[in-house]
Design a protein around this ligand. Structure first.
Ligand code: SAH
Length: 394
């Protein structure tokens, strides 16, 4: 097996079982490993650290598969890691038309591998050279373990370029998914466009949070900003909301939101879809003094890199400040950030500043995070990216 030897003192993160090694930490690569190939990683002193996949083009040059020197990386390794990930989600798998994440990459011990289940179909993403090399093995275990109707790939993401891989999507195995697939989430049903939707079709990380506003929805006028296909709003209607206003910049998402309204038997009067920029539409509402009982803010990732921290934080402040201005007294705001580089204490500070500048007293009723099918390995804190606050404003 090819060997990689680290520079002196650069073994610290692997000793804490963090799975990444950056290219600057590598002293010597022996045996000419190809992209994704398994290498044995040694400290400068020659101590075994892990077996990892080697990625010659990426800043993340190594991603650890195993820290156990007795564990070979081969078919049995992938079978057992996948089994472990799938077994722990067994209660979620009982729901045949449910959707959830089955494999959450680094946090399930499988760096670069995402597998989502949508009813009888699976959708995979392979983000790293190592994941790419073992895709055949991974697929064959998924077929055997789960007998899906079909497996589709949505690796059409730019991060693959950093690994020297082209973005790619298409059918991998079995039947192609229908152009719109119906899934159940709690007591609602949703249409998912696996081929063209955002991510793998749906934002599964918000699966558990989407029902949380139900507690405050009875008789409410709801603003669902960054609505995508309307999930939060449909659940709010189910819980007794009078009306939901969705805002999104994607016409395809809003069209699906409307179809989701029909699928769940809510009439047109209960729904307003606004195609536009949330920053602008919230300003328009402020100027026309439109108020809401319940507001959901679920923006895309504003901070992709450290250099965007200032600009992204101002973005969060801006929309939250406007949201506080649009809340009726006693109204409730569900506000989220999926930027891993904005930790909860910073996000809470931004939201507190927004309430202050909006002239509102507010309190936190709850703190939210990604669902348990998106676990965070304790040795991989980067895995915890989604945070949300439930705030009541007076
Ligand atoms: N809340 C959704 C997920 C939201 S993802 C759910 O539970 O399914 C973020 C959404 O914001 C995407 O649908 C994207 O199209 C939209 N979006 C991104 N930037 C936007 C902007 N400036 N104004 C309006 N919508 C935006």
């Amino acid at each position: 097996m090819p060997l990689v030897i680290l520079k002196p003192g650069r073994d610290k993160s692997l000793l804490r079982r963090h799975p990444w090694v950056f290219s600057g930490a590598l002293k010597k690569v022996e045996g000419d490993p190809g992209p994704g190939e398994v290498v044995e990683v040694l400290s400068h002193e020659g101590r075994f650290l892990c077996r990892a996949s080697y990625s010659p083009y990426s800043q993340i040059a190594l991603r650890a598969w195993t820290f156990d020197s007795g564990e070979e990386v081969g078919p049995e390794f992938f079978r057992s890691r996948l089994k472990q990930a799938i077994d722990f989600r067994a209660p979620l798998l009982k729901l045949s038309d449910g959707a959830c994440r089955l494999v959450n990459a680094e946090s399930d011990g499988l760096p670069g591998v995402i597998v989502d289940k949508y009813a009888a179909f699976l959708v995979c993403q392979f983000f790293s050279a190592g994941a790419e090399l073992w895709r055949g093995e991974i697929l064959s275990h998924l077929e055997h373990a789960l007998s899906p109707l079909g497996i589709y790939e949505r690796s059409d993401v730019d991060v693959r370029l950093k690994e020297g891989l082209e973005p790619r999507s298409g059918l991998l195995w079995g039947q192609p998914p229908p152009s719109l697939l119906v899934i159940r989430e709690k007591n609602c049903r949703f249409l998912v466009d696996i081929e063209h939707g955002q991510k793998t079709g749906c934002y599964l990380d918000q699966r558990e949070n989407r029902v949380m506003p139900a507690d405050y929805a009875e008789g409410a006028e709801v603003l669902n900003a960054f609505s995508y296909t309307g999930g939060f709003g449909i659940h709010a209607l189910k819980a007794g909301a009078i009306k939901v206003t969705n805002i999104d910049s994607s016409p395809a998402a809003l069209s699906l939101a409307n179809q989701n309204r029909e699928l769940n038997h809510f009439d047109e009067d209960s729904f307003e879809n606004i195609h536009g920029d949330v920053f602008q539409v919230l300003r328009d509402f402020r100027d026309t003094r439109r108020l809401f009982d319940l507001i959901i803010l679920d923006p895309p990732k504003f901070v992709e890199s450290r250099s965007q921290l200032g600009r992204g934080s101002r973005g969060y402040k801006d929309i939250n400040l406007l949201a506080f201005k649009l809340l009726k007294p006693g109204g409730v705001l569900f506000t989220f950030s999926c930027s891993g580089l904005v930790p909860l204490p910073l996000f809470q500070m931004i939201v507190a500043g927004a309430a202050l500048d909006a002239g509102r007293n507010a309190q936190i009723l709850g703190v939210l995070t990604q669902g348990p099918d998106h676990p965070t390995a304790l040795n991989f804190p980067e895995g915890a990216y989604l945070k949300g606050l439930i705030c009541r404003a007076y």
